[in-house]
Write a protein that binds this ligand. Structure first.
Ligand code: ZN
Length: 241
């Protein structure tokens, strides 16, 4: 499989990166769950980079209060389906990519079907309950799960791929009490989404070092980054068998 003249031109600047494998990226299938501030940023960079198939899941419509951070959408889009607008924007950005959309809320009944055949599951969610659903399905299907979350000035990213690592439930087994609605700065969602997209690209092409068994914590108010080592929880109800 070789790249067309259009692809060679479109991707010319990233093809200069050592170890970059555009063909491998084009063959990759990913799922992004939640196309808000975080998922929208991640989806934009992964579509621009040429990930072959991007499945998008979101059930919501665009609201004025989304626009401080959800840069896929504009004021004219208020009231429209996020999935439909995201599909149009990403296809306009890169028609080489296949976008598959599902307007639904993930649950225990539909999630296995939605993630089937993916190389990587990407978390663009805004609540821990749905994250635990996604984490469990990713574990059961042995598809790596790229977690990210933003809360105020705090951002977190990790890559879970049991049995090589623990899972999200090892780290946060129960529902987390957070302020509702969660405070979000647009720049923080974009920053953490960009880190998540970068992590996805490295994982899909097998280059660089990954966040497997590590939790990246970014403190936006001080611009400080922590990298915590993670170990599987032997009492985890999901992955400790
Ligand atoms: Zn676990």
């Amino acid at each position: 499989m070789s790249l067309s003249p259009q692809e060679l031109s479109r991707y010319s600047r990233q093809l200069l990166i050592d170890g970059w494998n555009q063909e491998k990226l084009r063959q990759s299938k990913i799922l992004i769950c939640g196309i808000g501030g975080l998922g929208g940023a991640t989806a934009t960079y992964l579509a621009a980079a040429g990930v072959g198939e991007i499945r998008l899941i979101d059930y919501d419509t665009i609201d004025l209060s989304n626009l401080n951070r959800q840069i896929l959408y504009s004021t004219d889009d208020i009231g429209k389906s996020k999935i439909q607008v995201a599909d149009q924007r990403l296809m306009a950005l890169n028609p080489e990519v296949k976008i598959v959309t599902r307007a639904c809320r993930i649950d225990d009944d539909n999630i296995s079907d939605l993630i089937s055949g993916c190389d990587l599951v990407i978390d663009g969610l805004d609540n821990h309950s749905s994250r635990l659903t996604l984490n469990r399905a990713a574990y059961e299907t042995r598809i790596p799960y790229l977690y990210a979350a933003v809360d105020g000035w705090l951002g977190q990213v990790s890559l879970f791929a049991p049995p090589q690592t623990g899972c999200l439930a090892c780290l946060m087994p129960d529902l987390v009490n957070s302020q509702s609605p969660i405070p979000v700065i647009g720049a923080m969602a974009g920053l953490i989404g960009s880190i998540q997209a970068n992590e996805a690209l490295k994982y899909l092409m097998g280059i660089g070092s990954s966040l497997l068994n590590q939790l990246l914590i970014y403190h936006g108010h001080t611009q400080q980054t922590e990298l915590l080592s993670l170990t599987p929880n032997p009492l985890c109800k999901i992955c400790a068998t």
